[in-house]
Design a protein around this ligand. Sequence first.
Ligand SMILES: CC[C@H](C(=O)O)C(=O)SCCNC(=O)CCNC(=O)[C@H](O)C(C)(C)COP(=O)(O)OP(=O)(O)OC[C@H]1O[C@@H](n2cnc3c(N)ncnc32)[C@H](O)[C@@H]1OP(=O)(O)O
Ligand SMILES: [Co+2]
Length: 132
Amino acid sequence: MRKIEHLGIAVADLEKSNALFKKLLGSAHYKEETVEGEGVKTSFFQIGETKIELLEATREDSPIAKFISKKSEGIHHIAFDVQDIYAEVERLKNEGFEILNETPKEGADNKLVVFLHPRSTNGVLVELCQER
Ligand SMILES: CC[C@H](C(=O)O)C(=O)SCCNC(=O)CCNC(=O)[C@H](O)C(C)(C)COP(=O)(O)OP(=O)(O)OC[C@H]1O[C@@H](n2cnc3c(N)ncnc32)[C@H](O)[C@@H]1OP(=O)(O)O
Ligand SMILES: [Co+2]
């Protein structure tokens, strides 16, 4: 793991939260991107070396919709930047972590991504990201 790539925050209303985080952080988001495969619309704020990713559900069966309905808005996942996502998946599998998608999938912001089940990571949903 090279650094924290982003902190994912589940929000009910992306436009409202964009305005709130712009006030909080003192600068606007640099992009918005919908990842249909995940059922999410995202916006990204750069904070030094890392980012904040706001996520709004684009459909009922989105993981974000389920998360907000079961819990509330708030921190959803932590994403780590990795050099070689395939090697990292093998390493983490051997360490006994539960990999949700062994084959990396399309992420936002030009990334390949893999997720680990929170039950294997102290209740924290972990995402691995590799620059495409
Ligand atoms: C890829 C685009 C973008 C990017 O950065 O590029 C993204 O980050 S997209 C983010 C949205 N996509 C995902 O989250 C994909 C991975 N997530 C999943 O596969 C599911 O959400 C999963 C498996 C984590 C949970 O799904 P499930 O249907 O099992 O939901 P449950 O509510 O039944 O949860 C089971 C169990 O897990 C706990 N849980 C669920 N979500 C989280 C979370 N975000 N953080 C921590 N814990 C979580 C939930 O509370 C349940 O625990 P229990 O003790 O059984 O109540
Ligand atoms: Co993410």
